[in-house]
Write a protein of this length. Structure first.
Length: 83
């Protein structure tokens, strides 16, 4: 399994917080974007696009459904970067 640096974790969290309009303290690695933070599918696509741009990676659209919380986003980004 691919790993991710603390620096990347911080950058990912900043992107997600910015798009979901949340403060850093409002979100945890396991809080759910839709259920806990009221995100919709458009926000998920914005997160995916921002991550691809920031890290110069390609994330499969099929991975979008897995990106339900920060923990899963870290995993998807690590796997995409490892390809």
């Amino acid at each position: 399994m691919a790993t991710i640096t603390d620096e990347r974790r911080t950058a990912i969290k900043e992107i997600v917080c910015d798009i979901l309009e949340l403060e850093d303290a409002e979100i945890t690695d396991t809080s759910l974007f839709i259920e806990d933070h009221g995100a919709d599918s458009l926000r998920a696509i914005e997160i995916l696009a921002a991550l691809e741009k920031e890290f110069k990676i390609t994330i499969d659209q099929s991975d979008l459904s897995e990106m339900v919380n920060l923990e899963k986003v870290y995993q998807v980004v690590a796997e995409a970067a490892a390809r």
